[in-house]
Structure formats: C-alpha cells, structure tokens
Design a protein around this ligand. Structure first.
Ligand code: CA
Length: 327
C-alpha cells in the first residue's frame, strides 16, 4: 500500500509568480505500508542477508539517513483493523466491523502449497527496489529534502517472516504479532542516524501526518493517536504512554505500560518485563501479583471507554493446523 500525497504545491498565495513555498513548510508525504512484514525481515532490523546479498538496501539507507523506531507497534496483529486505525487515527474498536475480520476466505487463496524463504526474501527485495525508485524520483525532482517518507508494516510477520527475537506472528498479541518496523525519513526535519525507543502505534502516524501538514483533526472525531512530530524532529524526548490491544481470537488482551506487558491468551494471564525479556518467556504473574492486578485493572479501564466487541464479530485464519503445523 502506497500513499503519495503532494501537499506542498498549492501554498503560493497573493497571485505571486514565485514558486510555492517548500522548505520549512508542508512536506510531501509518502506513506508505505508493507503487508505482513516481520520485525526482523529488514537488514536495518537485524535481518540476515539473502544468497543474493542485502535484502533491503534502500530501506536500510532510509533508516540510516532518518529515524528508526524499535518500539513501534501495529494497532492490530491482523490487516484490516490496523488499516482502519490508520485511516481514522482512532482505535479501530470504535468502528463497527473493524473489531476483527469477518472474512469468508478459503485456504486456496493463501497458496499454502508453495513459497520458500528464498522467494519471500526476493519479494521483500522487489518491494525495496520499488521504494528505491520512489526515492530516486523525489531526489531527481528536487523534492526529497522536504519529503516525509514513512515505512511500516500492518501487522507482525507471516509464515516465512523473521520476527527474531520476538515470539509469535500475525494473529498473535505476543510481540511478534504486533511489533513491526517503523522508519521515518525527512531530511529537512528529521536528523539522520537516529534510533528511537518511543512507544507508538499505527494510528499515531495519522496524528503525526496531520500535524506535519499543519492541519487539525475534525472536531467531531478526536484522535486517539498522538503526534510524534516532536519526537521525529528531536524537540521532544520520548514520552510515556500506555498501549492497548484486544482480540476475540483466543481471548487475547494486551497492555504495554513502560517496560511491562500484561497479556491474556486462551484464558491464561501473563506479566512480562518486555525490556528484559523481549521473547516473553519469563512469566512474572505469580511473582508480582500486585503489578498483575494493577495492569489488569488498567486494561479493563481502557476497555470500558470503547464499544464492546460485537457479538457476531468473527475471524477466519484462512488456514489451520490441518494445513500447517503450529509454530
Ligand atoms: Ca497484513
């Protein structure tokens, strides 16, 4: 998914024949949302080289010349809800039908009888080449300096993805299902070579892009996302915020609060120190009952601010353990 929004070519005023104001004003915005790309699929996130060489040299260059986030999350571990959140800048749970994906799709669509790591890395490489063409076109047009290029993924990695060191993938609220690559490149405003541990969600991009364009959200639809413009431009340090998820599928709930993560799956409760244990293997729920209780309460307090999940919300995985052994 690629949005290109030329926002700076209509800013001249007063009948002046001067070229439109560009530097320091509204940027061009290129928003690139990869599908099912895992946290460690790109070289700049620790991905391995393929037999043909670097898998993602253009994205790696954007990260090196811009800002790379290490705690950027998708609003959901599945496609459509994250896209709803991106399009509205709000919790997807506010939108009827976006709670989960009522998909009636057969496993035939997934081509489960094909694919390989080699093919998967080739696909990423082709995507990366296309992004390289976009960057080159902006540079050739003299518009790269004030172009905000954003790259992220709509959910955690699919069956051939590399999510290391995270556990789980698409459909899971463990880190591998929701923590994804986040890259921002904007030479005019974002210093090169920065790595941020800001906690952030897909819907924050919506707030950030509105902010970067100098616009305001509609008063009737206040945003749940928060602008990261100050973090991007280094005028503001990383700030604390809680991030929440919920999903009927397997009764999953998650709260990320600082270094802590509260998680439920299949009726089981977990508490992890995600900064010390990114793989969520050391369950501290029994050792820290008070913290577990306060995190559980915080999740419920958030949940009560949102519409309930519709009774008829369903999800189709498209395939099951009958098609593929569980990871
Ligand atoms: Ca997806």
């Amino acid at each position: 998914m690629l949005y290109c929004t030329p926002m700076s070519n209509t800013t001249s005023s007063g009948g002046s024949s001067q070229p439109s104001r560009r530097t320091g004003t509204q940027p061009d915005i290129v928003f690139i949302l990869a599908d099912d790309l895992g946290y460690a699929d790109l070289g700049c996130y620790g991905g391995r080289q393929a037999d043909f060489g670097a898998v993602s040299p253009h994205l790696d260059a954007l990260a090196a010349q811009g800002m790379r986030f290490t705690r950027g999350y998708a609003n959901s571990p599945v496609c459509s809800p994250t896209r709803f959140a991106l399009m509205t800048g709000r919790w997807q749970y506010r939108l009827r039908g976006a709670a989960e994906v009522p998909a009636q799709i057969g496993s035939r669509l997934f081509h489960l009888d094909g694919g390989s790591i080699h093919t998967y890395r080739r696909m990423i490489h082709h995507m990366d080449e296309g992004i390289g063409h976009v960057v080159r076109a902006l540079r050739d047009a003299g518009r790269l300096d004030n172009a905000l290029i954003v790259f992220t993924s709509d959910n955690g990695g699919e069956r051939f993805s590399d999510n290391w060191p995270l556990v789980g993938g698409k459909m899971d609220l463990t880190e591998g299902g929701i923590r994804v690559p986040w890259i921002a490149h904007w030479p005019a405003r974002v210093p090169a070579g920065k790595v941020s541990d800001q906690h952030c969600l897909t819907m924050d991009w919506t707030a950030t892009l509105i902010d970067a364009a100098g616009a305001s959200p509609a008063a009737d639809y206040p945003l749940d996302g928060v602008s990261l413009l100050g973090v991007l431009t280094q005028v503001q340090p990383a700030f604390a915020r809680r991030m929440h998820w919920r999903m009927n599928h397997r009764g999953q709930r998650a709260l990320r609060d600082g270094r802590w993560k509260y998680l439920t799956v299949d009726g089981n409760e977990y508490l992890f120190d995600v900064e010390a244990d990114e793989r969520e293997r050391a369950n501290l729920a029994a050792r820290e009952p008070d913290r577990l209780a306060s995190q559980r309460q915080a999740w419920h307090a958030w949940n009560e601010t949102l519409p309930p999940t519709p009774d008829d919300a369903t999800v189709s995985l498209g395939y099951s353990v009958a098609d593929m052994p569980q990871r």
